[in-house]
Structures are given as C-alpha cells and as structure tokens.
Design a protein around this ligand. Sequence first.
Ligand SMILES: [Zn+2]
Length: 253
Amino acid sequence: MKHNIVTFVSLTVIVLCSVIFMETDYMWFVVLAIFLLYLGITAYGSYQIQANYFIKSVNKGKKSVALTFDDGPDPETTPRILEILREKKVKATFFIIGKKAEKYPDLLRQIYEDGHIIANHSYSHNYLIAFFSTSRLTKDLQRCNEFILQTIGKKPAFFRPPFGVTNPLYNGALLQTGMQSIGWSLRSMDTRAKSKYDLIEKVISNLKRGDIVLLHDHISVTADALEDIIEHINNKKIDIELLSKVINKEPYV
Ligand SMILES: [Zn+2]
C-alpha cells in the first residue's frame, strides 16, 4: 500500500540527508522536518479513507448513487428513515454498530426485510479502535458479523471503518473476516448540519453519478431531510440503488 512506499522513501531520505548534512549545524533540523512531514502524511492517510493510504476501500461506484447510513440502528430515527425509504421505494445500505443492534434485533430484521443491505460498522465503534491490536480488531468485527448472522441469517461482506479512520492493522482484520472496506465519495456532514436545509443543500449541490453518500440514521436532521434529498436526486434523473449494484459487489459472503 501507499504507506509502505511513503515509509520507505522517508527513511531513505532521512538516511541520505543525515549523511549529506552530517557536518552541518542543521542536520537535526533537516531530519526533524522530514520526520514531521512523514507524520503529517500518515495522519492525513489515516483520516482520509479515499486516499487508500493504509487499506484499499471502495469509495465510488458507477451511474447511479447509493445512500448509506452509519451508526444505527436507532429506536427513534431508524424507523422514521425506513418509513420514508418505503414510501419513496428506495433501497439503502445500513452500516450498523453491533452493540446497538443487539438491543434492537427486531429493528435489524426490519431493515433487512425491507430489502436494504445490512453491513458491518464494528461491534464496539470504540473511540480507540484505531489503536486496537489486529486480534482485538478482528474479534470486534467478527462479533458484529456473528450477531448479524444470528439475526438475519446473512454474513456481511461490506465493512466501514468507524470514523473513517484506518491503519495497517485493518488489512489483517479484513482478510480474516473476508470483508471489503467501503468508504464514501460524498460526506453529507449530517452530524454537523444546522438544519435540514443545510443538509439538503450540502448533498444536492455536491452529488454526482456513482456517488456513495455517507449519512447517519441516528440523527434526526437526517430523517427530516431524507424525503427532500430523495426527491431532488429523482429530479436530477439519477437512480438511487443498493450499494451492491452501484459498486457491483456481493453484499454478503
Ligand atoms: Zn460511525
């Protein structure tokens, strides 16, 4: 992956500069500057899932658009969102948090029975998940998959890293769980939207064919805006389809 190349180049440049500037007073300054640049690139790569810096994610599709909802299920807003999707005859993908879904198995079944895709967004959604060991990370992802399998009889093939933050350890965890990392091409920023109009504007003004749209089904403003968002997309003559169709991959293994 890209981070291996960047690490190799950075180390090589540090060694070369150490030799070239060895006799000067500013050798340590040069080495520190390169190291800080390396840290900056690494931080950017961790937070920008589209950069495919540590792991290869699918961040965009073709022709139509896919609506994806993270961080549910939520007993208040997920049913509202399901109702709107039902009325508008739109199918979506829900990246669920295992520990939340355990509390609402009927809601998880409802999402699946409505024809939407259930995908993995980790069991814990722990703030420190990026610092988990490979084995702890793998267990976390597996625990979510096991609950989904028990509840709907399907094992997800799609996984979205919590907070969109990645690191090299995800490669091992994804290999062991047989899942594909999914990013997004359009971040709605619904978690920070001041009003539903804010959110509608953000999505509609930036929407392009093939977009994977990141939304959240535990946020009431998202439910408030959803009907208008769907109507605006319809007006643009762009189809909304399941993520599996937009990226042409199977949603379950
Ligand atoms: Zn999340």
